[in-house]
Design a protein around this ligand. Structure first.
Ligand SMILES: [Mg+2]
Length: 241
């Protein structure tokens, strides 16, 4: 595609360096993250007050009386893994599963700016916090590194509300649907388009993703809140097609 030609003008590692540096150094990154969480906090009262309000496309009918919940992704939404991304960039590696697992096992991710404050505020307002992550974690194991990392950061957490990756699929639709059985989903918070909506593989192209965004754009800033992440995401797979 002609408009993507710029991608090939800059070596891949230089792009990786720039995106990691932006996350780790810029006030713009910190301010955007805070902005997303502040907007979410400000929407919370309206969401609680309106029983027909739901953020999950998987939530259909009969949810008005269910207790309220917010669904959050973990990586680059609550947990900041940019130290690991910086290490990969220094080694000129894009992604490595063993290195990722080694990083996760250290449980030393820091918090995305604004995340912990939002989580505590929502908890104080009686909202259940449900983490839907594609980490291969064990929610019931208190020694699981993701559990330890959340606890270390002071993130509200209970085993039943940490939904780890099941099997090989990274799609979160089934887990959102399961949460919607028990809770009224007030908000979705994530750094990747697929934290909000499922994208069928045949539609996972630039045009296909834009077509899905169209009718759903209205939710962003009101019930869907997007954190910035230029380092990686499902958007990359589209470029490789
Ligand atoms: Mg993420």
């Amino acid at each position: 595609m002609k408009h993507l030609a710029f991608l090939f003008a800059l070596p891949l590692f230089a792009q990786q360096d720039l995106s990691v540096a932006w996350v780790r150094s810029s006030v713009e990154y910190a301010a955007l993250s805070q902005q997303a969480y502040r907007a979410a906090s400000q929407s919370l009262e309206a969401a609680l007050a309106e029983p027909r309000w739901t953020a999950a496309l998987e939530q259909k009918t009969g949810f008005e009386e269910l207790p309220p919940a917010v669904i959050l992704d973990l990586d680059e939404t609550v947990l900041d893994n940019s130290e690991h991304q910086a290490s990969l960039a220094a080694q000129r590696i894009a992604f490595d599963n063993d290195k990722w697992n080694a990083w996760v096992s250290q449980a030393k991710a820091t918090a995305v700016p604004g995340a912990i404050e939002f989580l505590k505020f929502a908890q104080m307002r009686g909202v259940a916090l449900v983490y839907v992550t594609n980490r291969a974690c064990k929610a019931n194991d208190e020694n699981d590194p993701t559990v330890r990392n959340l606890r270390r950061l002071g993130a509200p957490w209970v085993p039943a509300r940490l939904l780890c990756r099941e099997g090989s699929s990274s799609d979160k639709g089934a887990r959102r649907a399961a949460v919607a059985e028990t809770y009224r989903v007030l908000m979705l918070i994530g750094d990747d388009f697929q934290d909000f909506v499922s994208v069928p593989s045949e539609q996972n192209s630039i045009a296909g993703r834009r077509a899905i965004l169209g009718p759903n754009q209205q939710f962003f800033g009101e019930r869907w809140f997007l954190l910035p992440n230029p380092m990686y995401g499902s958007w990359e797979r589209v470029l490789q097609r």
